[in-house]
Design a binder for this molecule. Structure first.
Ligand SMILES: *Cc1c(COP(=O)(O)O)cnc(C)c1O
Length: 396
């Protein structure tokens, strides 16, 4: 197979027309737990599906090539992927994580710390002084998430990786929000990329999955060995569906981010919207950095509504095209209220410190027509306005 194919080609066609048995164009789904030995003491490429499976391996190879890594391990969820990377750590090791990381990641780090598996320091990774101070303890692992959830803060992967390398730490980047179509952290110096493939990679809100991609072959092999040892794996059927989703990753990302940009610009002009957080807006503090390290601004944004929880209730109840639900990255547009949904388990103080207000709403922009999405938001904003007995805003 030709090396250094464009990632777009990899996404659309990795493994196509490689079936030796029947010449199937689409790589087959191997629903088998075990494989016949060719003869006594003669195992084949696969012997048992916990260790390896052709369909799951096909997805792993595709992800490794998309991220520019030397290997990947496919597991059953994004959280399992993060835990697989954390399995490298030993008691006494320190992890440096973002103060505003994904709620599930924070919960996992705290739970493993409470069990004495390793120590954790949470820092604002955009704060250079705080980051420098954290490096003094010589952490084993630096966990990065950019853009962050739900405020879309952008941090400099290359700069953090350089700092971490000096301190002897490995760097892992959660690339779920952008996917390899828009950001390739291994190129910027990261050692590992983790994904919740549940989101943009699968893209159809019908498979829960995760993956770790390693820059170095030895690291990939160590992860694969642990995945087999601990049974941290993904099912072949899920891998098949996820690979099917990846076929259209690039055109989906491209269309969804175009619509997200239009929505962000529209909302920014709206008087009932206090703030819009989207890296594609020149007003966003991470705009310049995002332009440098990303190849697009993505399809996630958040907005702050005036009027607190009551306004939020009216707004989400009036929406018809956006669906009120957790998760993101699917072809259908979703809206979430972080303070009562995704971040509800977070300590209120920590939530405030992370900048998550009661009026904050997160949008995952799908493939619907831009005009329908914008008029849906406008109608809901008008409902908020009339309830507040404020003058109706002219439709733009
Ligand atoms: C959803 C998500 C996860 C967790 O993934 P699951 O597949 O739900 O386990 C981790 N990180 C980010 C940024 C996510 O959005």
């Amino acid at each position: 197979m030709a090396k250094h194919r464009h990632p777009r080609t990899v996404a659309a066609a990795h493994g196509v027309a490689t079936d030796a048995a029947f010449g199937a164009v689409t790589p087959p789904l191997y629903l088998t737990t075990t494989f016949e030995f060719a003869g006594f003491e003669k195992s084949r490429a696969h012997d048992y599906s916990r260790t390896s499976n052709p369909t799951r391996n096909m997805l792993a190879e595709t992800l490794a090539e998309l991220e520019g890594g030397m290997g990947a391990v496919v597991v059953s969820s994004g959280m399992a992927a993060i835990d697989l990377v954390l399995s490298r750590l030993r008691p006494g090791d320190v992890v440096v994580a973002p103060h505003d990381c994904y709620g599930g990641t924070q919960r996992l780090l705290l739970a493993r710390r409470a069990r004495g598996h390793f120590d954790v320091i949470f820092v604002d990774q955009a704060d250079q002084a705080a980051l420098a101070k954290a490096m003094v303890v010589e952490p084993a692992l630096v966990f990065v998430e950019t853009p962050s959830n739900p405020l879309m803060r952008v941090v400099d992967i290359r700069a953090i990786a350089a700092r971490a390398r000096k301190a002897g730490a490995k760097v892992v980047v959660d690339n779920t929000f952008l996917s390899p179509a828009l950001q390739r952290p291994l190129r910027l110096g990261a050692d590992f990329v983790v994904h919740s493939t549940t989101k943009f990679l699968n893209g159809h809100s019908d498979v829960l999955g995760g993956a770790v991609i390693a820059a170095e072959k030895a690291d990939a092999e160590e992860l694969a060995e642990w995945s087999n040892t601990a049974g941290l794996i993904g099912s072949p059927f899920d891998a098949y569906l996820t690979l099917r989703g990846i076929r259209t990753l690039f055109p989906r990302m491209s269309q969804q981010q175009e619509t997200a940009q239009a929505i962000a610009e529209h909302l920014e002009r709206h008087p009932f919207v206090e703030a819009v957080h989207y890296p594609g807006l020149p007003s966003h503090p991470g705009h310049t950095l995002a332009k440098l390290q990303q190849s697009g601004f993505g399809a996630m944004l958040s907005l702050e509504l005036r009027g607190g929880t009551e306004a939020v209730r009216r707004f989400v109840e009036r929406l018809e095209v956006f669906t009120l639900a957790e998760s993101l990255g699917g072809v259908e547009s979703l809206i979430a209220h972080p303070s009562t949904m995704t971040h509800a388990s977070m300590d209120p103080e920590a939530r405030r410190n992370a900048g998550i207000t009661d009026g904050l709403l997160r949008l995952s922009v799908g493939l619907e027509a831009e005009s329908d999405l914008i008029s849906d938001l406008d109608h809901a904003l008008a409902a908020v306005a009339s309830a507040a007995q404020l003058p109706r805003v002219a439709r733009v």
